[in-house]
Design a protein around this ligand. Structure first.
Ligand SMILES: Cc1cc2nc3c(=O)[nH]c(=O)nc-3n(C[C@H](O)[C@H](O)[C@H](O)COP(=O)(O)O)c2cc1C
Length: 201
């Protein structure tokens, strides 16, 4: 069993729900996985010796991911680059009907990892939520204007979820299996190295 923390930064809660779903899917694959809020003490004091792999998820707000995610990735980049990792970027652009919006989300996700020197094995853009009921008056007004421009719902009496939960589960399963393969390959390599060392003695 591999320990795979799913670190997340969220502003209105959707990335937390996605991180919870990823951890749940990874547990189904036989791993020990749990979501960890980047602003929590548990995430700050996480013992990296426990992690066989890691997931970092964050959401886009006015073209940027949360600064807590940038800080976290920058601080732990050597550890992240030493194990299998997956960056999950949550946004509304990922759900856009316009190809250029979806490409912009992919570019921002790539720029995030490049800017901190991280080379995750996987980068995914996942659609989030238009959470009108959780916004302040000004944010609701701002998001309604963007929604109108994008052709999304302007009904602010409720939230509008775009997350494709089955895609999240599928991507998580693929990552979980990849981690198993990597761990098994490492096990075979270290057994072979032990045999080679023994036969030299
Ligand atoms: C003020 C604000 C700015 C946003 N800016 C962007 C943006 O630049 N690009 C984008 O694709 N989505 C943007 N979004 C949508 C969020 O990424 C989306 O709602 C996501 O689900 C938020 O996740 P969270 O609830 O974990 O914070 C914005 C949302 C808000 C409220």
């Amino acid at each position: 069993m591999c320990t795979i923390p799913v670190f997340y930064a969220t502003t209105h809660g959707q990335t937390r729900r996605i991180a919870e779903r990823i951890a749940e899917a990874l547990r189904r694959e036989g791993h020990a996985s749990f979501p960890l809020d980047l602003t929590s003490e548990t995430a700050r004091h996480f013992d990296w010796r426990r992690a066989s792999a890691a997931v970092l998820s964050a959401s886009l707000h006015t073209g940027r991911h949360q600064s807590s995610a940038v800080h976290f990735a920058r601080t732990h980049v050597d550890r992240l680059n030493a194990i299998p990792t997956w960056f999950v970027s949550v946004s509304l652009s990922a759900a856009s009907a316009h190809a250029e919006e979806r490409s912009a989300a992919e570019r921002l996700a790539r720029e995030f990892v490049e800017s901190v020197g991280w080379a995750p094995g996987r980068v995914s853009c996942v659609a989030g939520m238009l959470a009108y009921t959780r916004y302040s008056f000004v944010t609701r007004w701002f998001m309604r204007r963007i929604a109108r421009k994008e052709g999304a719902s302007t009904d602010t009496s409720r939230d509008h979820e775009f997350t494709d939960w089955s895609a999240v589960a599928l991507l998580s399963r693929q990552f979980g299996r990849e981690v198993w393969n990597r761990v098994q390959a490492r096990g075979v390599r270290s057994r072979e190295e032990r045999w080679a060392n023994d036969s030299r003695r």
